[in-house]
Design a protein around this ligand. Structure first.
Ligand code: PHE
Ligand code: ZN
Ligand code: ZN
Ligand code: ZN
Length: 290
């Protein structure tokens, strides 16, 4: 898989920060900042040759959208999906949560285009709306699919908070190998976890499992039996001593002290985690779509 430039990912984050600043400080459900975020990403994807569409839904009296982008080609009966939520909470600009996942999968999609990738599977990227109100956009998407369409989704990769300033390297625990997860996800989830884990292993970065409990947009997918996986660098939880020995950073401090706060800005990003995780996403997309 090709190398990706963290500079490009950061440029997308700067654009999202700028959008928040020009729209009252956030990119939350039902706000102009959310819509501007969608338009920013859609514009880049259209230029790169993706077919994009907006799925519109309403929540609490306000309209929202999922942005769905298809890369032409690949087996239509085997669809690999890659998603991240694009909405922030109302408290702040949401740059780690979840500008980080949104920007990393955008850059991955743009790299697919630059590489003129011809994957065996059909590739579909999704930026979800209204995650922060309870996975509303991703549920709307999954609920809109027929049984036949559901059965064609070969896998779903989710990225929500992948550049926490006191980062851990957590993988959704598809095989429950460390025994601390919620038990194995749908069959095939272990393969996704292994592909990600192998990539980090080559970098010399150990990973740990994190609960497969549906706290992000993979929830609706595992609920219908789609194999899923992804990376998470931690939210309000605190890094343990053992984790600080493993990864560096500050033991006893939250992974993200600005989680759901106004200080979740461009400064609330660990560039090294962002670079490593974007590289892992590209590797996983290349490997799993073959
Ligand atoms: N979904 C949570 C949020 O957006 C963050 C989270 C992601 C928590 C992944 C656990 C696992 O606030
Ligand atoms: Zn959040
Ligand atoms: Zn989130
Ligand atoms: Zn595992």
């Amino acid at each position: 898989a090709p190398d990706v430039s963290v500079k490009r990912v950061k440029a997308h984050l700067a654009a999202l920060q700028d959008i928040a600043e020009r729209n009252g400080g956030n990119r939350a459900h039902g706000t102009p900042g959310y819509l501007a975020s969608v338009r920013y990403i859609q514009g880049k994807l259209e230029k790169a040759g993706f077919t994009t569409k907006l799925q519109t839904f309403t929540f609490a009296g306000a309209t929202s959208h999922n942005l769905i982008a298809d890369w032409p080609g690949g087996d239509p009966d085997q669809v690999l999906m890659v998603g991240a939520h694009l909405d922030s909470v109302a408290e702040g600009p949401g740059i780690n949560d979840n500008g980080s996942g949104s920007a990393a999968i955008l850059e991955t999609a743009l790299q697919v285009s630059r590489s003129k990738l011809k994957p065996g599977k059909h590739l579909r990227f999704a930026w979800w709306g209204t995650e922060e109100a309870g996975l509303v956009g991703s549920y709307a998407y999954v609920n809109s699919l027929s049984r036949a369409e559901r059965s064609k989704i070969a896998g779903y990769l989710n990225f929500d908070m992948i550049a926490s300033p006191n980062a851990g390297y957590f993988l959704y625990d598809g095989d429950d190998s460390d025994g601390e997860g919620e038990g194995p996800g749908p069959k095939g989830s272990a393969t996704i976890e292994r592909v990600l884990r192998d990539h980090f292993k080559k970098l010399g970065v150990p990973t740990r499992g994190t609960d497969f409990d549906g706290r992000s947009d993979y929830g609706p997918f595992i609920a219908i039996g789609v194999p899923a996986g992804g990376i998470f660098t931690g939210a309000e939880g605190r890094k343990t001593k053992a984790e600080a020995r493993l990864w560096g950073g500050k033991a006893g401090a939250p992974y993200d002290r600005c989680y759901h706060r106004a200080c979740d800005t461009l400064r609330n990003i660990d560039s090294r985690a962002l670079a490593r995780n974007t590289g892992a996403i590209v590797h996983a997309v290349w490997t799993l779509s073959r």
